[in-house]
Structure formats: structure tokens, C-alpha cells
Design a protein around this ligand. Structure first.
Ligand code: SAM
Ligand code: SF4
Ligand code: SF4
Length: 353
């Protein structure tokens, strides 16, 4: 074990780097592959093959894997899915994670539909911050794009997260040409009025986005142009660590982010791994094979054993999935439906977005 001193007095373990020298700092935990929406860019199919219920790990088992990852340098966990708030009593998991010394931040990405009823308990249990997906301000458009009614519940969820959490709520908007790109400025205003921070996400050809169409991608450059045309210069804000969003500030103080995985990927600094609800660890959003930790944790493997397995996998990591997709040019496309049905682990909603 190597102990290093980082920036001043903080002592932390820094045990593993991949083949490109990237440390393991962030872990996204997909607590369920199920969802109560069917967003056209994520789950457009009529039906899905789900992870078998009997293989899903309970919170104690997931916490054991997270603890092993924390020992290797993970400092931030993001709960995601599928829709994380569908997992029963999620606050209990948050409480268990909070007890891990060394873990600095517990965040969540959610569609927010069930946030109003859970926010108080979640933040009470130690959740630090929340990102809520918010693609439109029009109820009919929401219904068409997600095949469910839910705009008002999402708005209530955003309000509840703002009330009970101490950090500003982040809003994720996947911008799709011809679907919601006419709302780029409206959502910025909505976020500013509510004291939230908006992040624009380029439409990605992640596995599961089976209707992905390059002509629907609105690039970071185009998003910035549209904003600057109305609001003047958007000045880059210093980037914190390896965060996926590039942040900008407008003259009036409004800060927003852009996640440009499709046109300007940031794999070079990527320090994220993903854990599925059945305990499979993926070292890239585009990875086709994961490390199956589920059977080991069910057998009662020690934290040291789990850490050893993760360390070995991370040390061999060569992933640069989004950069490789970009290099394919016009050949790029998401994985086909039959392939996804053969292995649902490939789906973005299983791996955790
Ligand atoms: N259900 C939760 C939600 O929607 O926030 C968490 C899981 S979702 C997979 C995580 C994030 O991935 C969401 O912000 C969603 O908008 C984003 N996402 C899903 N499919 C995408 C795609 N094809 N391109 C870009 N972002 C996508
Ligand atoms: Fe569900 Fe989130 Fe995917 Fe939408 S983006 S279908 S809310 S998992
Ligand atoms: Fe990281 Fe893979 Fe995304 Fe690149 S594509 S930023 S390596 S998760």
C-alpha cells in the first residue's frame, strides 16, 4: 500500500492507476436497471430484458464493493440507474455509504419523479447533491418524449431537492435537434430563476440509444453559439478535477455546464467506474465486458479481496470509449437491439448513466 500526501495536509490512499495513468476516483452505482420513464434517447424500445431479480445485490453487498473501491481511491459515489428512486428505501443505502470514512461525496442522478416524497429522508441520511434530468418545460412534449406523464412530478421533485438539500440542484438536459433544441434558452432561464445549475448534454450513441441519429446531435459549439447570441460571452469557469461538464459563466453571473461526450470527448481524464445492481464493474460507459463481483460478494469475499480484484482490473484499463466512437466518424452507431437483449448489461440504463 502506498500512502501519499496530497495538496497540503490531506493524506489519502492512491493505490491504482490505469495504463494511461488515470486514477480511480469516481464510482457510479446503478441501483436498479428499471425505470418509470421511457426517454426516447435511452429506452426507446417497447420491452426490455431486465437483470434477474434474484441476482440483484442488497445494500450491504453493494456497500461492501463501494468500500473496496474507496480503499483504492474512490472519493465520490453517484447513485443512478435506471431510476434510482425506484429502489425501495434508498435512504438506507445512503446511510450505509455515509458511514464509509474516506468517501467525500454522495450524489445522485434521477428523473426526479419520486423525489418529492423521498427528499427529506435522503438528505437526512447524508445525500450531498442531486442532478435531475429535465429536458423540456412542455407537458405534452414530456409525455411524447418519455411515454409517461410526469412534468409536474419532476418539477415538484426539483423543488423538494432544492428545499431539503444544501447544494444547488443540477439539471441535465439532453439536447436533441427537432425535439427540444428550441428550449436551450428557456431551460437556462428556468434554472437561473430557480437557483439551479443547468448542464447541456450532447445526444450520445450510448448502448441503449437505439434510435440515435447523428443529425439530432446538437454540438457543444452550437449550444454555446445560441447562448452567446442572446446573452453575450460565456467565459469558461475553472474545471474541478475530472468532472465531465465544462462550465461557463455569463455576464449576469449565470453558470451552466456542457457535457460534450459526442463531439469533444474527455476520456483522457476519465476517473469513473460503474457498478451494476448485480455487482458487475465496468471501467467505461462503452465497455462490453465487466468484472463480475456479484458472486464473490455473495460468497462473503473480504474488502481486501474485492479491492484486489478491482485494482487488477483498473490497472489493465485502456478504455477510451467515446474517443473511439468519435474516430469511427460516419460509421458510429449504438449496439443493435438483438445484442442488447442478449446481454442487458450493455444497456446504459443497466450500467448507470
Ligand atoms: N434515470 C435517471 C435520470 O434520467 O436522470 C438516471 C439514469 S440516466 C441513464 C442518467 C443520465 O443519462 C440522464 O441525465 C440522461 O439524460 C442521460 N442519458 C441517457 N441516455 C442518453 C443519451 N443517449 N445521450 C446523452 N445522455 C443520455
Ligand atoms: Fe429512465 Fe433516466 Fe433512461 Fe430516462 S434517461 S429512460 S429516466 S433511465
Ligand atoms: Fe470515461 Fe469511457 Fe466516458 Fe471516455 S467514454 S469518458 S473512458 S466512461
Amino acid at each position: 500500500m502506498v500512502r501519499i500526501r496530497v495538496a497540503g495536509s490531506e493524506t489519502m490512499t492512491d493505490l491504482v492507476r490505469d495504463t494511461a495513468g488515470r486514477p480511480l476516483r469516481n464510482l457510479r452505482v446503478s441501483v436498479t436497471d428499471r425505470c418509470n420513464l421511457r426517454c426516447s434517447y435511452c429506452m426507446p424500445e417497447e420491452d426490455y430484458v431486465w437483470l434477474p431479480k434474484e441476482r440483484l445485490l442488497h445494500y450491504g453487498q453493494l456497500t461492501a464493493i463501494v468500500a473496496a473501491a474507496v480503499d483504492l481511491g474512490v472519493r465520490k459515489v453517484r447513485l443512478t440507474g435506471g431510476e434510482p428512486l425506484l429502489r425501495r428505501e434508498l435512504w438506507r443505502f445512503v446511510e450505509q455509504l455515509r458511514a464509509l470514512s474516506g468517501l467525500q461525496e454522495i450524489a445522485m442522478t434521477t428523473n426526479g419523479l419520486l423525489m418529492a416524497e423521498q427528499a427529506e429522508q435522503l438528505f437526512g441520511a447524508g445525500l450531498d447533491r442531486v442532478t435531475i434530468s429535465m429536458d423540456t418545460l412542455h407537458a405534452d412534449r414530456f409525455r411524447t418524449a418519455t411515454r409517461r406523464d410526469g412534468l409536474s412530478a419532476t418539477l415538484e421533485g426539483i423543488q423538494a431537492a432544492a428545499t431539503h438539500g444544501s447544494a444547488p440542484v443540477k439539471l441535465n438536459m439532453v439536447v436533441q435537434r427537432g425535439v427540444n433544441d428550441d428550449e436551450v434558452l428557456d431551460l437556462l432561464h428556468f434554472a437561473r430563476e430557480g437557483g439551479h445549475e443547468l448542464r447541456y448534454i450532447e445526444y450520445m450513441d450510448v448502448d441503449g440509444a437505439t434510435r440515435w441519429d447523428p443529425t439530432q446531435v446538437v454540438s457543444r459549439q452550437e449550444i454555446l453559439e445560441r447562448i452567446q447570441e442572446r446573452h453575450g460571452p460565456a467565459v469558461p469557469v475553472d474545471k474541478v478535477g475530472a468532472a465531465p461538464a465544462d462550465r461557463f459563466r455569463l455576464d449576469d453571473g449565470t453558470v451552466f455546464g456542457v457535457i460534450s461526450s459526442t463531439t469533444q470527448p474527455f476520456c483522457g481524464t476519465c476517473d469513473r467506474a460503474r457498478l451494476t445492481a448485480d455487482g458487475r464493474l465496468f471501467t467505461c460507459l462503452y465497455a462490453t465486458e465487466g468484472l463480475p463481483l456479484g458472486p464473490g460478494v455473495v460468497q462473503g469475499w473480504s474488502t481486501e479481496r474485492l479491492s484486489q480484484e478491482i485494482r487488477q482490473r483498473w490497472a489493465r484499463r485502456i478504455d477510451r470509449g467515446a474517443e473511439e466512437r468519435l474516430a469511427l466518424g460516419s460509421e458510429r452507431s449504438p449496439t443493435s437491439v438483438p445484442e442488447l437483449r442478449a446481454d442487458p448489461h450493455l444497456e446504459m440504463h443497466t450500467k448507470g448513466g
